[in-house]
Design a binder for this molecule. Sequence first.
Ligand SMILES: *Cc1c(COP(=O)(O)O)cnc(C)c1O
Length: 406
Amino acid sequence: MIFNNVDFDTYFKHYPDKAGYFGKYGGSFIAPELQKAMDEITEAYYSICQSRKFIAELRRIRKEFQGRPTPVSHLERLSDALGGKVQLYAKREDLNHSGAHKLNHCMGEALLASFMGKKKVIAETGAGQHGVALATAAAYFGLECDIYMGAVDIKKQAPNVARMKILGANVVEVTHGLQTLKEAVDAAFEAYSKEYKDSIYCIGSVLGPHPFPLMVRDFQSVVGIEAREQFVDMTGHLPDAIVACVGGGSNAAGLFAGFLNDPVDIYGIEPLGRGPKLGDHAASLTYGTEGIMHGFNSIMLKDEKGEPAPVYSIASGLDYPSSGPEHAFLQEIGRVKYDVIDDEETVDAFFKLSRMEGIIPAIESSHAVAYGMKLAKTMEKGSVLINLSGRGDKDMDYIIEKYGIR
Ligand SMILES: *Cc1c(COP(=O)(O)O)cnc(C)c1O
């Protein structure tokens, strides 16, 4: 399928190109000593990850350890409640081991580390979800794991800190600046530039310098490939539309990868938080402009000095001031439509899915559920597949405290 001069039959061969560009987005903007380390990872990715042995091992792990394939569920009662003309379905990444899609790329990255003979994986974490997923993968492979985390986040995210420690990770407290994610990113990069001979850096989404947006997209594409096959098996046809929430954009990139070359409408949903004022949301593709941060060129939210702006979302997994370069590209060519859902609509969807389907969704995923419901109301007939990126156990206490039971 050719769309706006982009040939989707051969898309994965050409996007990104060898320098890591999706159109003008992506690339690698980092210090020369780190670039050496990145080049090593890029080379290993192209040689090792395409090898039969690597692919076979990853496939085995996904089946025997992660519990893949995760199912696609028909959301019958929810569809009926919306009038019954449009059928909603969910890809159940909440049932992936450790409760979200993040383990898909963490297992890939950690397997690559062990194929490369590395002893340690290094990463930063904000809310702790990426840290927990990477600590899980590191434990599985017997790798050391250093997770850099701001002191403020450590206090706020006690259960995830406990999980990481139980899994054997070393949680390194970052005490400078605002003591949150940005400082943790800097600290993790700095540690990595000193230790790259024995370690690899593992990013938490389709972000950062090349090859991470490529590598994480490819490891997550299992979601879309499975979902397409399962959906066609169940219904005999493709969905009319697919929906995923977008923070950095990894669960969305994974789902979309299975459907980019199909006549399917694709929606990426950003968090509108409290509203469209800068500082009240994290809808970077919707309200942002082109710029470079954290080593890559994409669309980002900037303050008046051109620095990454403060962002907010009810979903801590979505509050990042940019999104992966592939999303910036897919938006630019119009293949994917990016839209927003606010906190209120999200909480409403969180309770609706819980009550009507017996599935408590992550508050991140609830953005996609809310949009799927909204979309269904605008359609005469057809079907919508929603990516349920994770389960909501982690969000229950906060939602009950702030919103009560609805
Ligand atoms: C981290 C997280 C997200 C957001 O990350 P993406 O890279 O945008 O997918 C979404 N859902 C859940 C459950 C998460 O943990």
